[in-house]
Design a protein around this ligand. Structure first.
Ligand SMILES: [Zn+2]
Length: 82
């Protein structure tokens, strides 16, 4: 079994630290918002990571595999930066 650690942006994150992952990109309407269009990945330490659509999907796949979803088995070939 893979170590449950995935690279998001420039950070290696244990999957068990992830609480939830946004389904839609962030939009708050603030003019100076730097998160717009990014997907929030909420961590259990009162902090979040922000990432693009591709990496968001990559993290969801890793979580599905780690949590044992058989639909995702063999689906991750080469994409994960463990
Ligand atoms: Zn915002």
């Amino acid at each position: 079994m893979h170590a449950p650690i995935i690279k998001i942006d420039d950070k290696h994150v244990p999957l068990y630290r992830i609480v939830w992952i946004a389904d839609l990109p962030h939009f708050c309407g603030e003019e100076d918002c730097v998160r717009e269009g990014y997907y929030e990945i909420r961590l259990d330490v009162d902090d979040s990571l922000w990432t693009n659509h591709h990496d968001r999907d990559r993290v969801i796949s890793a979580l599905n595999q780690w949590c044992g979803d058989p639909r995702d088995e063999g689906d991750l070939g080469g994409e994960l930066d463990f």
